[in-house]
Design a protein around this ligand. Structure first.
Ligand code: ZN
Length: 434
């Protein structure tokens, strides 16, 4: 039985208290007990101390994902709670929020309780269900949010569907705020996106495919910002994909409206040009946009207008993806590639490292009211050790998720999650290093 875990001479980075220094970090009984230069010196020789030394490695607070689809209940062939949490640990995440668009929909106390109990029994990283806004995600009758919250839900969302009815959305904002639950909107005016396969623009025209125009997202975000202001309730934009969304969130924040937003790695890295070869792995909802949108989203994430990164991890099987684009299910897996892909943006000078760490840790934790992972003495030991220089080639067959749908297969990335620690327990190590 290991008594303590000692990280020797790591670069510890926690922008929440301006920490960026080479230190030792010691974990005992689930907590960080020492943090400082040579703090582990007298421990290194002791038995039952696991000493971790990896030259050049960084130690960061554990990551928090606000947006994952773990497919349980109903589609366990694509993913289940166990495989999803395993993939999360491999990606450096210690907290994972799962969306309610399962079968049945998580619109009740019993589904939320079952998910929470299952995750506890599995151990590893923590699962936080997001309950539905409306019963069956039908956009009409509100769920019993008091029950959802009591069972462990941290937010409500009809993700996959948009709450398009303004009266229902107003009531949802009012009702959810009485339980201090943020309302997370999948912003899509379905009347404007019927039959759409991809972003509406030059590429959709060239390919002869029905387009999903930016304005279908923008009109919902604009309306919801006004409703949130009117009601005085918290509102969170899921997977912002347009320059317009970024602008609307920036304006809302400037006016003091309690609005937050997330962006996915793929909306920061890919454009609609990726669909030119009808690659179903690049079909996502909302769709990949244009270079100008990518530019605006990057700027908004860098300056904090967009609070956080969320993966929108959406596992699908071969039968959902190896079909014509029109028939293909939208989504890609995201948990295990999120950090290495985004580290590339830090290298390119697009994003300060401290902002990336904040956007993966404290910022998302704040949105749903979780205790933010911290690197400081006394804090719960939720950590991720990364090797920023490890180069590797993405092989979907070696991911821990049950699904393989990613357009990043065969891409060489630089940066690797070497170890994930949740509440002091080592929940992941990369095979190559240990
Ligand atoms: Zn969505």
């Amino acid at each position: 039985m290991t008594e303590a875990l000692a990280f020797r001479r790591v670069r510890a980075i926690d922008p929440a208290h301006a920490l960026d220094a080479e230190v030792d970090v010691v974990v005992e009984r689930g907590r960080i007990t020492r943090l400082g230069p040579r703090a582990a010196d007298d421990l290194a020789q002791r038995e039952r101390v696991r000493v971790v030394e990896r030259p050049g490695a960084w130690l960061l607070p554990g990551f928090v994902d606000l947006h994952a689809h773990l497919r349980e209940p109903g589609a366990e062939g694509k993913e289940d709670v166990a495989s999803g949490l395993r993939a999360a640990a491999a990606g450096g995440f210690v907290d994972v929020c799962c969306m309610p668009n399962t079968r049945p929909v998580n619109d009740s106390r019993v589904v939320t309780e079952t998910l929470v109990a299952k995750a506890r029994a599995i151990g590893g990283v923590r699962l936080h269900p997001i309950g539905a806004i409306t019963v069956g995600q039908n956009g009409e009758r509100l769920t019993e949010m008091a029950d959802l919250k009591a069972a462990g839900a941290v937010a409500v969302s009809d993700d996959g569907r948009c709450v398009t009815n303004a009266r229902v959305m107003r009531s949802a904002l009012e009702y959810a705020s009485t339980f201090d639950l943020p309302v997370i909107q999948h912003a899509e005016d379905h009347a404007l996106t019927e039959g759409a396969q991809m972003h509406e623009g030059a590429v959709s025209t060239r390919l002869g495919l029905r387009g999903w125009p930016r304005v279908a997202e923008d009109v919902i975000v604009a309306r919801d910002v006004l409703l949130a202001e009117y009601v005085g309730a918290r509102y969170h934009v899921a997977h912002a994909s347009t320059a317009g969304s970024a602008r609307l969130v920036r304006e809302a924040k400037a006016r003091g409206i309690p609005v937050t937003a997330e962006v996915t790695p793929h909306h920061l890295l890919l454009t609609h040009e990726a669909l030119v070869g009808y690659d179903t792995a690049c079909k996502v909802n909302p769709p990949l946009r244009e270079a100008g949108d990518v530019e605006a989203l990057r700027r908004a994430l860098a300056d904090g207008t967009i609070d956080c990164v969320a993966t929108d991890h959406a596992p699908h099987g071969i039968l959902d993806k190896e079909v014509e684009l029109a028939e293909a299910a939208p989504g890609m897996v995201g948990l295990e590639l999120c950090f290495p892909l985004l580290l590339g943006l830090v290298r390119e000078g697009v994003l300060p490292l401290s902002r990336l760490v904040d956007a993966l840790t404290a910022a998302p934790a704040r949105v749903v009211g979780l205790e933010p992972p911290r690197l400081r003495e006394g804090a719960r030991a939720d950590l991720v050790l990364v090797d920023p220089n490890a180069r590797w080639v993405v092989d979907p067959a070696r991911l821990h998720t049950k699904s393989r749908n990613t357009p990043f297969a065969r891409r060489t990335v630089e940066g690797r999650v070497a170890m994930t620690v949740c509440e002091g327990n080592v929940v992941h190590t990369d095979a190559e290093a240990w």
